[in-house]
Design a protein around this ligand. Structure first.
Ligand code: AMP
Length: 174
């Protein structure tokens, strides 16, 4: 069993003072461990049927697209303002370190689609809650939420309930 905590780099005071940034670049550059995270997520969601993986900009794209490829389903990006070229819908959210807005193409998913949301990290849950809002606005269902890292002390999981969250590594303090 890989100890992901030994591989994920902690960067203190990034992007601002008091935030202990979990840097996944030190994980995804290692082929065995990167593959292992994708395989673990795949296994945890095995037996469930999804129509799309929705990945959140930008680190959610790394894990989400690899997972969609392995699942043999399509990948849909949720992006920051001004990035998606066609007509979008939007939702605002609070970050652990600021405020932001997320967009999704209006025609990205069909009504009734069952979606798996993927991001690198769950902190307060604001980002994923906004993503759930976008998917539900388009008539989609949240079939699952998968992240590599969960900062359990920020209680994002509780905020996202009743949607279940799967995480591979948990931190109970900064
Ligand atoms: P939240 O909306 O509070 O759950 O924040 C999650 C989003 O912010 C994810 O897209 C993360 O990539 C990013 N994020 C928040 N806190 C951290 C952290 N301590 N280290 C790395 N990324 C973070």
């Amino acid at each position: 069993m890989t100890d992901y905590k030994k591989i994920i780099r902690n960067v203190p005071d990034f992007p601002k003072s008091g935030i202990n940034f979990k840097d996944i670049t030190t994980l995804v550059k290692r082929p065995i461990e990167f593959k292992q995270c994708i395989d673990e997520l795949l296994q945890k969601f095995s037996g469930q049927k999804f129509d799309y993986v929705v990945g959140i900009e930008s680190r959610g794209f790394i894990f989400g697209s690899a997972l969609a490829y392995q699942m043999g389903i399509g990948f849909v990006p949720v992006r920051k303002p001004g990035k998606l070229p066609a007509a979008t819908i939007s939702a605002t959210y609070d970050l652990e370190y600021g405020k932001n807005e997320l967009h999704m193409h209006k025609d990205a998913i069909e009504k009734g689609s069952r979606v798996l949301i993927v991001d690198d990290l769950l902190a307060t849950g604001g980002t994923i809650a906004a993503t759930c809002e976008l998917i539900e606005k388009l008539g989609g269902h949240i079939g699952g939420i998968g992240v590599i890292i969960e900062l359990t002390f920020l209680q994002g999981r509780q905020r996202l309930a009743p949607h279940p969250v799967i995480s591979l590594v948990q931190y109970d303090k900064e």
